[in-house]
Design a protein around this ligand. Structure first.
Ligand code: NAD
Length: 267
């Protein structure tokens, strides 16, 4: 089935997307650039971020690569300063960088637990704080979008730190919505179901091994078993939601989370 998505106009806006060298962030970087935004491609993998920027520029877009570990206070603050020096301000933050760890709680190391919370929660806090300082200072405000997950609302075995971190983002986003309202800042959490990115590809064999089932069974029964149609959510679906929220002109949805999961979760 051919799907036609709406077009958005983000000319003159600057978006900072973390984890934009791969998967969902990469698709968002491309599509936000096609909508006219200046796109800052921030990632731990700076070489890949530079490749993405070259591709966007070759297609007529405007982009900047930033090597950034979102769990590093210094790297986040320096990166955000660089964006503002280059483009004047930041209108939209998409806090998207993330990892996955598959392990039952009794086998999970403390360092795995801390790594997950550092990337997802410290990263969300540090990037939020850094952009809010600019959004508040010039009184123009902005939009902050966190990449949550169906796991912001549901639990699954083998994913304790991920589920914990993704639930935590709902709390941060709600506080940002309340504190940010008087500064024209809106905040949202996007909660995708399974999207076929490197993050998901790498967990298929791990889940198969841990549960002693085939990789096909992992996809069919565990990942897509609770959807209404057995389909993956796509990077395009998630990008369209991010674009819609970025241009939406009132506060009516601020503080909300949006599940996009083919009916896996309907909260
Ligand atoms: P991905 O692995 O394709 O991309 C993640 C990117 O984040 C990579 O480019 C990686 O280098 C970067 N990254 C990792 N640690 C980082 C750090 N410390 N600092 C900066 N960048 C870092 O994964 P994806 O599937 O595109 O996931 C993106 C986000 O979407 C994650 O937050 C993930 O939890 C969330 N999500 C994914 C799915 C899915 O099914 N793929 C579902 C729900 C939510």
């Amino acid at each position: 089935m051919m799907i036609c998505f709406p077009q958005y106009d983000l000319k003159g806006k600057t978006v900072l997307i973390t984890g934009a060298a791969s998967g969902i962030g990469l698709e968002m970087a491309r599509q936000f650039a096609k909508s006219g935004a200046n796109v800052c491609v921030a990632d731990l993998d700076v070489e890949q971020a530079e490749i993405v920027v070259k591709q966007i520029v070759s297609e007529g877009g405007c982009a900047l690569a930033l090597g950034m570990d979102v769990s590093s206070e210094v790297q986040v603050d320096v990166g955000v300063d660089k964006v503002v020096t280059e483009f004047g301000r930041i209108d939209i933050l998409i806090s998207n960088a993330g990892i996955q760890i598959i392990n039952p709680i009794d086998k999970l190391s403390f360092s795995e637990w801390k790594k997950m919370l550092a990337i997802h929660l410290d990263g969300a806090f540090l990037t939020t704080r850094a952009v809010l300082r600019y959004m508040y200072a010039d009184k123009l405000g902005g939009t902050i979008i966190y990449m949550g997950s169906v796991h912001s609302h549901e639990a699954s075995p083998l994913k304790a730190p991920y589920v914990t971190a993704k639930h935590g983002l709902l709390g941060l986003s709600r506080v940002v919505a309340k504190e940010g309202a008087s500064h024209n800042v809106r905040s949202y959490v996007i909660c995708p179901g399974f999207v076929k990115t490197p993050l998901v590809e790498q967990q298929i064999p791990l889940q198969a091994k841990e549960k002693n089932i085939s990789e096909d069974e992992v996809v069919k029964n565990i990942m897509l078993g609770n959807t209404v149609d057995g389909e993956f959510t796509t990077t395009e679906d998630i990008t369209q939601l991010a674009l819609f929220l970025s241009v939406f002109p009132s506060n009516v949805f601020t503080g909300q989370s949006f599940i996009a999961s083919h009916g896996w979760s309907m909260k």
